[in-house]
Write a protein that binds this ligand. Structure first.
Ligand SMILES: [Zn+2]
Length: 199
């Protein structure tokens, strides 16, 4: 696995500033269903460990687990194998530092994603909802290429250390959402302010 050098110190300040804002938003909302940080994406969704394999995307878009793979109890069921391995490495490192890190939402079906969209639109209205959840066709979760992590302390830890494991925080307003460092890159892509780009 690629283990790029930690971000250059000059990148630390803006990243932390963004992080502080996101954490503040999380703290304000208390990770509940209401408030600035209560995005549908942030809800402690039940891991898909018990998902019916028949409901998985048969297209193979998520190469993490074939249709015959047994369900995983760690929230990584159906998640891209490389992403899962990177997360496992990060989780072990966090644990060694006494920080809990777990997946709160990984692979989603298109139907599950659409439900999140519908809920967000109902509770937040448009266009605010679009800042927090993507439609199924552009959601990395539906492709098995994203994990949401928790608890808040764990998300904060991963936002600081994720690059060491090839994991990047994708959205400035979602400290919990991580995707893979693109192949060949030695720094995480510039974060999207929020998910509204995907609509
Ligand atoms: Zn997410």
């Amino acid at each position: 696995m690629r283990r790029p050098e930690p971000a250059h110190p000059t990148r630390t300040r803006p990243r932390l500033a963004v992080l502080a804002g996101a954490v503040a938003a999380l703290a304000l909302a208390g990770c509940t269903a209401t408030g600035a940080g209560g995005a549908p994406d942030a809800l402690p969704a039940v891991p898909v460990a018990t998902a019916d394999p028949a409901s998985q995307d048969p297209s193979g878009a998520a190469d993490g687990a074939g249709p015959d793979a047994p369900p995983r109890a760690d929230g990584l069921d159906g998640v891209d194998a490389d992403l899962a391995a990177r997360f496992e490495a990060a989780r072990a490192a966090a644990e060694a530092e006494g920080v809990e890190l777990r997946v709160t939402s990984g692979k989603r079906t298109a139907e599950e994603q659409q439900r999140l969209v519908d809920d967000a639109v109902a509770t937040r209205g448009v266009p605010e909802a679009y800042r927090w959840v993507l439609p199924p066709e552009s959601s990395a979760h539906v492709q098995g290429l994203a994990v949401d992590v928790g608890p808040t302390e764990g998300a904060y830890w991963l936002a600081q250390h994720g690059l060491d494991f090839g994991l990047c925080q994708t959205y400035a307003n979602e400290v919990w959402h991580f995707e893979k460092l693109p192949d060949g890159a030695d720094a995480c892509p510039e974060q999207h302010p929020d998910s509204s780009w995907g609509w």
